[in-house]
Design a protein around this ligand. Structure first.
Ligand code: GAR
Length: 191
């Protein structure tokens, strides 16, 4: 069975949508562990309640990115994942880390890449006068939010949208998109 390790930093609603999709047999995979860089990430509680292994690798206890990424990779590799799923994981990863998980490291980003890499994507899409916005699931490469796109979901931007209202509609789409993209990867691995 395809093994997933999910990395989170906070709320973990995308992580939850993946676990729910597995429980509903919409993804043929198992979540081997959920790992957070923040000890207080709310998503850890949900994973624990589902009897999924959890771990914390607190970036604040490391002096530099290299040592954090090394410790994180060691923790991840304990679980021998086929795919490492970034789900609201808000740390930039070193090229060494990214290279170690070539073709295995997946992220969800709240924009229609290649538009709006980085942070504050919803406000920036509104400010740019975009008519459409959305989310992208992509392979992670060393360049931030730049790897090959696997799947995207679109929403229309409405005249009275705030960043918050738009973010909420995009997040609804993310919760459909991420499980679908992961199942696509699982299928392609079995071909
Ligand atoms: C999601 O909207 C995700 O696309 C975004 O953070 C949110 C996490 O929510 N990710 C990024 O901005 C990555 N740079 P969640 O913790 O509820 O899944």
């Amino acid at each position: 069975k395809t093994r997933l390790v999910i990395l989170i930093s906070g709320r973990g609603s995308n992580m939850r949508s993946i676990i729910e999709a597995i429980d509903a047999q919409q993804i043929d995979a198992t979540v081997s562990a959920v790992i957070s860089n923040r000890p207080d990430a709310a998503g850890l509680d949900y994973a624990k309640a589902q009897s999924i292994a959890t771990a914390v690798v607190d970036h604040k206890t490391f002096s530099d990115r290299d040592s954090f990424d090394k410790a994180l990779a060691e923790r991840i590799d304990d679980y021998k994942p086929d795919f490492v799923i970034l789900a609201g994981f808000m740390r930039i990863l070193t090229s060494g880390f990214v290279e170690h998980y070539r073709n295995k490291l997946i992220n969800i980003h709240p924009s229609l890449l290649p538009k709006f890499k980085g942070l504050n994507t919803h406000q920036r899409a509104i400010d740019a006068g975009e008519k459409e916005h959305g989310a992208s699931v992509h392979f992670v490469t060393a360049e931030l939010d730049d790897g090959p796109v696997i799947m995207q979901a679109k929403v229309n931007i409405l005249a009275d949208d705030s960043a918050e209202s738009l973010a909420a509609r995009v997040l609804d789409q993310e919760h459909q998109l991420y499980p679908a993209a992961i199942q696509k990867l699982v299928n392609s691995k079995q071909d």
